[in-house]
Design a protein around this ligand. Structure first.
Ligand code: GDP
Ligand code: MG
Length: 442
């Protein structure tokens, strides 16, 4: 999505006169990108209409940056679509709250309710988990395993088959134990079916939750709106968590879920592990969607996933904007070694989408390995020079190609890729490095 919208805007900024036709073409391009990103047709149409309202060609003074104005219009439009206007219920420490999780089977409820508990625990809450899923075999074991790992008290039964009874018993038990955040995991079904909604209604009636969270798999595409709407109609959904945002999910699902439930997205799931969970923040999310890159989020992420002793070095290089081939080589190594770094780089505009196109990760990896073989044939001086092009004469390029068993064209490709990424990284110069990174300041 980001790539093509950014391209559309860049295309337009090249035009010397922005007339009705240029704007129209640009809007069409944006429309196509939004639809490809699984944003619902109706939403796309609204975005178009609203942008047309904001961007009035006649009133744009000559010389104003129309490209920027339209970009901002798209940005603020998408932000406002993700903001339903009323905040979600937030549990308060020491005040007993009940939060119920609903969603289809496989959407990520059981995983996410433990993540949710684990988010509040270090903030001084006493969370607890109740497994009211008696539909899926092994549901209780799964919750028990997660809860044990996260050291969160849990309740469930291997023999009781009535989810309402389990929910009520669990609630009673944890109220006695002074839990201030009782989380109820419910069962799902493969489809949106009457039996599921009936069970959901009964559990809600018996437990009177302060908040019902609808959990949605972010990769379900155009089905998101219908699914979210069905849940909203049967339960008083007050918040949404979109899971599997690490995979092939597009932003469209989140937009649709908000539109259908009139409730905010509060967290996103970014992996199977319990720590792969993020507070949802509208503006960085939309930035990423539009390929503007979330550079402050990137710094946080680096601190999360890169070993502490490597951070100062990487951050220093990034903030200096000296992006050498060696640094690129190291990042490629990391990228192949640790999946989590894929997440780091997906925050950089243009990185993941072009080097690792969705659905073509295998090709992307092969390409990275090819580039690394080429770099293996380079000298230290070439790898460490902030401007390696200067050293790479024609004869050196031929030698490197030969040395790595590749074509000269492959070497040129690799250098192009390096140039593109170096440009992205040079933007890092403007990013403030957080103070807690002691070694950075001296
Ligand atoms: P439930 O049926 O709604 O309770 O869903 P589960 O919690 O059992 O999750 C279904 C599958 O999705 C499991 O294999 C989880 O590990 C996986 N899963 C859940 N959340 C995420 C996520 O954010 N990212 C990824 N990649 N997988 C997830
Ligand atoms: Mg489950």
């Amino acid at each position: 999505l980001g790539g093509s919208i950014t391209r559309a805007l860049a295309q337009m900024s090249k035009a010397t006169v922005v007339d009705e036709k240029v704007l129209g073409d640009c809007l069409n391009e944006i429309t196509r990108a939004l639809l490809q990103s699984d944003v619902r047709f109706e939403t796309v149409r609204d975005v178009q209409t609203n942008i047309r309202k904001i961007v009035n060609l006649e009133t744009l003074a000559a010389g104003t940056n129309k490209h920027r104005i339209i970009q901002q219009a798209v940005f603020s439009e998408l932000c406002s679509m993700l903001d339903p206007g009323k905040p979600a219920f937030v549990p308060k420490k020491g005040k007993p709250s009940v939060v119920m999780f609903v969603g289809l089977q496989g959407s990520g409820k059981t995983t996410t309710c433990t993540k949710y508990a684990r988010y509040y625990q270090p903030k001084g809450f006493k969370p607890s988990l109740v497994c009211a899923d008696t539909f899926r075999a092994g549901a209780f074991d799964q919750l028990k395993q997660n809860a044990t790992k996260a050291r969160i008290p849990f309740y469930g039964s291997y023999t009781e088959s009535d989810p309402i009874k389990i929910a009520v018993d669990g609630l009673e038990r944890f109220r006695k134990e002074n839990s201030d955040l009782i989380i109820i995991d419910t069962s799902g079904r493969h489809k949106q079916e009457a039996a599921l909604f009936e069970e959901m209604r009964q559990v809600a009636e018996a437990t009177k939750p302060d908040l019902v969270i609808f959990v949605m798999d972010g990769s379900i595409g155009q089905a998101a709106f219908g699914q979210a709407q069905a849940f909203k109609q049967s339960a008083s959904v007050g918040a949404v968590i979109v899971t599997k945002m690490d995979g092939h999910a597009n932003g469209g699902g989140a937009l649709s879920a908000v539109a259908a439930t009139k409730s905010p997205v509060i967290f996103i799931g970014t992996g199977e592990h319990l720590h792969e969970f993020e507070v949802f923040d509208v503006r960085p999310f939309v930035s990423r969607l539009l390929g503007m890159g979330d550079l402050s989020g990137l710094i946080d992420k680096i601190q999360d996933v890169i070993p502490a002793d490597k951070q100062p070095e990487l951050l220093a290089q990034l903030s200096e904007g000296t992006f050498t081939l060696r640094l690129l080589y190291e990042q490629f190594q990391n990228l192949l070694k640790m999946g989590s770094l894929g997440q780091v780089f997906s925050m950089l505009p243009g990185f993941n989408s072009e080097l690792m196109p969705k659905g073509q990760e295998k090709d992307g990896q092969a390409k990275i390995k090819r580039y690394m073989t080429i770099m293996d044939s380079m000298t230290d001086a070439e790898l460490d020079n902030p401007n390696p092009k200067k050293l790479l004469t024609e004869s050196r390029t031929i030698r490197i190609a030969r040395g790595s068993g590749r074509q000269v064209r492959d070497v040129m490709d690799m250098l192009e890729e390096y140039k593109r990424l170096a440009k992205v990284f040079s933007k890092m110069k403007d990013v403030k490095i957080p103070k807690n990174n002691g070694k950075m300041s001296d």
